[in-house]
Design a protein around this ligand. Structure first.
Ligand code: PGA
Length: 245
């Protein structure tokens, strides 16, 4: 099984999200070989879910609050996303960590909140350029995994997305051979926490031209795509490239 997760970030208006979702549902793909999930912005989510309700596309939240309800102005909880049928939620996306100041501790709470309500968390990890320059890539990745996965029960299912911060939205995609090697290391590390076969997706400047170079590797279970997933042609081209790979 390969995965194509489309993170629409805050790129689209509500109407644009609905229009794109309409285009996405008409793209055919083999469900037994490919899982596709859309991650629309919170306000567009219920509208997009209306469009995708009879399709095989899964939906996910871009971010969740770990407390179910309460005095948390501006927040939307994992519990609320579960109420409207979200299957996945990104936790610890680099933009949440680096723009909104999310700590490993907050990411863990979000991860656990998703599991508690039956949402599959997509744990995003990645080193910064500074980490890379200091030779701390694996140190950073291991630390981000440890802080969330320590004590996790061996039978829970989740997804990991390896997204080097320096490659997100920059056009500077990580070399696919290097990414495949890092995915192997991440998978080894994951085996210290769980016996499950956890999918590990690559994210960071993936587009319709380079997607195949990633998914052809056994250790890369799929891709988390931002800007290249927010237009109908780009979306369809990525799906078709993945099917043909
Ligand atoms: P990008 O974003 O594809 O635009 O680099 C990926 C992501 O942030 O998930």
């Amino acid at each position: 099984m390969k995965y194509f997760f489309a993170n629409w970030k805050m790129y689209l208006s509500v109407q644009e999200s609905i229009d794109l979702a309409q285009a996405c549902v008409s793209v055919e793909y083999p469900q037994d070989a490919l899982t596709i999930a859309l991650f629309p912005t919170a306000l567009a989510y219920p509208h997009v879910s209306h469009v995708t309700r009879e399709s095989t596309l899964a939906l996910g939240a871009q971010n969740v609050a770990w407390v179910p309800k309460g005095a948390y102005t501006g927040a939307v909880s994992a519990e609320m996303y579960a109420e409207i049928g979200a299957q996945y939620a990104l936790v610890g996306h680099s933009e949440r960590r680096h723009i909104f100041g999310e700590t490993n501790d907050a990411v863990k709470k979000k991860f656990d909140a998703c599991l508690a309500v039956g949402i599959t968390p997509v744990l995003c990890i990645g080193e910064t350029q500074e980490d890379l320059d200091a030779g701390k890539r694996m140190y950073r990745l291991k630390k981000q995994l440890l802080s969330v996965l320590e004590g996790v029960s061996a039978n829970v299912s989740f997804v990991v997305a390896y997204e080097p911060v320096w490659s997100i939205g920059t056009g500077n995609a990580c070399d696919h051979l290097q990414a495949a090697e890092i995915h192997d290391s991440i998978k080894n590390e994951l085996h210290t926490y769980t016996d499950q076969d956890i999918p590990v997706l690559y994210g960071g400047s993936v587009n319709s031209q380079n997607v195949v170079s990633y998914v052809m590797h056994e250790s890369i279970d799929g891709v988390l795509v931002g800007s290249a997933s927010v237009d109908a042609d780009g979306f369809a081209t990525i799906v078709n490239a993945m099917i043909a790979a």
